[in-house]
Design a protein around this ligand. Structure first.
Ligand code: C2E
Ligand code: MG
Ligand code: MG
Ligand code: MG
Length: 291
């Protein structure tokens, strides 16, 4: 009897493994066609300047409109793409689309707008990344200083010397470098001054309940102060409440991004948001209540 149970348990877990695998395999197969079938879409989330209260930039975030499964979030398929080298054409499509769209917004008069694009590890390590970026900038005619590449620490730790060199090459093109999810990785503060970052993004986990969580408040405040001493711009991610926003404004954070201000939006909706840009009036903490 006991043996039977064991066997059952075994087949059950094996089943789970098998079905999980086949799910991934079919997602991977589908992802191969997703680009050609135009199922991928960029959503745009604004970054609001706390000095002007207006949109200063935008982050491009990929979505997959799967014909059967509906809208799929990047966390569900970027790792699959990354594991199968699909990430290269996919990442290139993201860069091209984001740069071309931003140029369109510039031509429509919003020529202050910067666009941030997330880069995966494999993309960053592509030997011809520099040439690909050059081509994308050339084809889109977007001035390179309006493009920011967001990288996480995990991508940069494996070969620090070489990675610093690569970043410096990219920066020679005029492109800005942003450290995404700061505080979630190996985060030695010494990193900040080793790498040629322009911007750091404080991860949501330090922003959450910052008004009530005194540890988060201390961490966020020190990150902002230190970053400013190193002449980096600071963006806080994942702002969900007015109290969090007020706190970050008081601490002199430069820009904020989060669902409180706007969720990531499809291109048309983001264009509408740009048109009524004056809606974000957060010039000083006192005015936040009104907003
Ligand atoms: P990320 O770069 O840190 O992007 C921020 C994530 O936080 C986005 O999730 C965004 O929708 C979400 N977010 C924004 N405001 C709030 C908020 O107020 N509350 C909460 N809970 N979440 C908020 P998303 O779009 O699902 O993307 C997840 C991650 O997938 C991104 O994290 C990024 O690492 C990756 N990713 C997205 N697009 C791309 C892409 O085109 N290429 C690559 N390589 N990675 C991408
Ligand atoms: Mg990002
Ligand atoms: Mg992030
Ligand atoms: Mg992330």
């Amino acid at each position: 009897q006991q043996g039977g149970n064991k066997y059952k348990l075994h087949t059950l877990s094996l089943d789970m493994i098998v079905s999980d695998n086949s799910n991934n395999i079919s997602l991977e197969t589908d992802l191969h066609y997703a680009l050609k079938r135009q199922e991928l879409e960029l959503y745009y989330q604004p970054k609001i300047s706390l000095k002007t209260g207006k949109i200063a930039g935008v982050e491009a975030l990929i979505r997959w409109n799967h014909p059967k499964l509906g809208l799929i979030a990047p966390n569900k398929f970027i790792s699959i793409a990354e594991a199968s080298s699909l990430i290269e054409p996919l990442g290139e499509w993201v860069l091209e689309t984001a740069c071309k769209q931003t140029k369109i917004w510039h031509q429509a008069g919003f020529n202050f707008l910067s666009v941030a694009v997330n880069l995966s590890g494999r993309q960053f390590k592509q030997l011809d990344l520099f040439h690909r970026l050059t081509k994308i900038i050339f084809d889109s005619t977007l001035e390179p200083e309006f493009l920011e590449l967001e990288l996480t620490e995990q991508i940069l730790v494996d070969n620090v010397k070489r990675n610093i060199q690569r970043l410096n090459f990219i920066k020679k093109l005029g492109i800005k470098i942003s450290l995404d999810d700061f505080g979630t990785g190996y985060s030695s503060l010494g990193y900040l001054q080793q790498f040629p970052f322009d911007i750091i993004k404080i991860n949501q986990c330090f922003v959450e309940n910052i008004d009530r969580n005194s540890k988060n408040a201390i961490i966020a405040k020190s990150i902002i102060e230190m970053a400013h001493q190193l002449e980096l711009k600071v963006v806080a991610e994942g702002i969900e409440t007015e109290a969090e926003l007020e706190f970050l404004a008081k601490d002199q954070c430069d820009e904020v991004q989060g669902n409180l201000l706007s969720r990531p939006l499809p291109v048309k909706e983001f264009s509408k948001l740009l048109l009524k840009n004056q809606d974000f009036t957060i010039v000083n903490p006192e005015s936040i209540a009104a907003y």
